[in-house]
Design a protein around this ligand. Structure first.
Ligand code: MN
Length: 393
């Protein structure tokens, strides 16, 4: 798998400095949005990405290494902030993606965001670490109120604030044609998600897409610095990436797709007729085989598109986990895989009324929804623990 990448950062229309930074060093991509007086903001975001850039991949696995490097970046920003008076209180967000072997490993702190554009749908992958997001989760305000809330920029997590930094981490399978967007809140506070989706869909070139998104944020007022990275995954040797994986084969075969259908057909029509048959009969069998293959291919492609948009929370080896797909295994064929494991014991969650069906899977409407279900389970299990052992909280 290879990538086409576009990136753009802009000061916006209202700020005196650009405190955003970004890193594009395939296969590592990241945005950081710095904050703090004087030059604190730009120092924090630039420092964090310099530290991230020192990532080399040892044996512990790419996602673990990425998270470890973010914790080191946190230490670096923290120490510099403590050592230099003019930089005191500086901090930064960081949203990073490391591509590896058909997968995207993501790690995230703060209110910058990662999105996935797949098959024309834009999916938010990260949860904002902000006070208002927490209020939404707790049901104290509505999501549409959060977008306009005066304190929507108050972060609950950032690099450079505390020794102990929880980092959100997860891994996604990448498909050819997928676009991952990393961006700072200077984009998402100014441009609606549906508009972002539209721009991404209408700009085939990732660089033009990144530039147009920045233009749109500026046209809407440009209240903040704006940074956008668009990473497009492409199949090996794929010249033109089709967005619709199923339709491309059945109705408008590209060079690769047509080849694949022909090969399969040849194999299929040899198999059922080992003895010589009349040419007409052989031809009819071949035609029938093609029809069957196209129907099966379209069905599988449709199923894959469907499964790509399904998420649920379930039990994976006794632990609560977020699954991608649906909780079913017809003919022993699993239609899901673990997307995000946790350490929460599943039996503890099942003891609580709302989660007693955990084993069968609790359906989520989206990936962020699945994440907030897990957060809720974590809180409820913790609260139950405290009730059981009073005085230890
Ligand atoms: Mn910002």
């Amino acid at each position: 798998m290879n990538f086409r990448v576009g990136s753009k950062t802009d000061i916006g229309r209202a700020r005196e400095r650009n405190e955003d930074s970004f890193l594009v060093k395939e296969p590592l991509f990241a945005v950081a949005d710095g904050m703090g007086g004087h030059r604190g903001g730009d120092v924090a975001s630039a420092m964090a990405l310099q530290a991230l850039d020192r990532l080399d991949l040892p044996d512990q696995g790419p996602l673990a290494a990425l998270v470890e490097q973010i914790k080191e970046a946190n230490q670096a920003v923290l120490e510099r902030g403590a050592a230099e008076g003019s930089l005191r209180g500086m901090g930064t967000t960081l949203t990073a993606m490391l591509a590896e072997d058909g997968k995207a490993h993501l790690a995230h702190v703060g209110d910058s965001r990662a999105y996935l554009l797949r098959d024309g749908h834009l999916q938010r992958l990260t949860e904002d670490h902000t006070l208002v997001q927490r209020m939404v989760r707790e049901g104290r305000i509505r999501p549409d109120e959060a977008a306009r809330h005066p304190q929507r920029n108050v972060l609950t997590r950032a690099l450079g604030v505390d020794d102990d930094l929880p980092v959100d981490e997860f891994t996604l399978d990448l498909h050819p044609g997928d676009r991952i967007v990393l961006c700072t809140d200077g984009l998402t506070n100014m441009v609606e998600e549906d508009r972002i989706r539209h721009v991404l869909e209408s700009e085939p070139d990732p660089q033009s897409a990144a530039e147009r998104l920045v233009e749109e944020a500026n046209a809407a007022g440009g209240d903040d610095n704006i940074t956008v990275i668009v990473v497009e995954a492409r199949g090996d040797g794929d010249a033109r990436t089709a967005y619709s994986s199923g339709g491309a084969v059945a109705t408008a075969p590209g060079p690769g797709g047509a080849e694949a259908v022909r090969d399969d057909t040849a194999g299929a029509h040899r198999a059922p007729s080992p003895s010589p048959a009349r040419p007409g009969r052989r031809r009819r069998i071949a035609v029938r085989a093609v029809i069957v293959l196209v129907v099966v291919a379209a069905g599988l492609a449709g199923l894959r598109v469907y499964l790509n948009h399904q998420w649920y929370v379930g039990d994976s080896n006794g632990r609560v986990a977020i699954f991608h797909g649906i909780p079913a295994a017809p003919l022993g064929y699993h239609l899901s895989h673990v997307a995000v494991p946790t350490v929460i014991p599943a039996n503890r969650a099942e003891q609580l009324q709302p989660y007693r069906d955990l084993r069968d899977g609790i359906t989520a409407s989206s990936f962020p929804d699945a994440r907030s279900i897990v957060s809720q389970i974590r809180r409820d299990v913790l609260a139950q623990t405290r009730r059981r052992a009073p005085g230890t909280g």
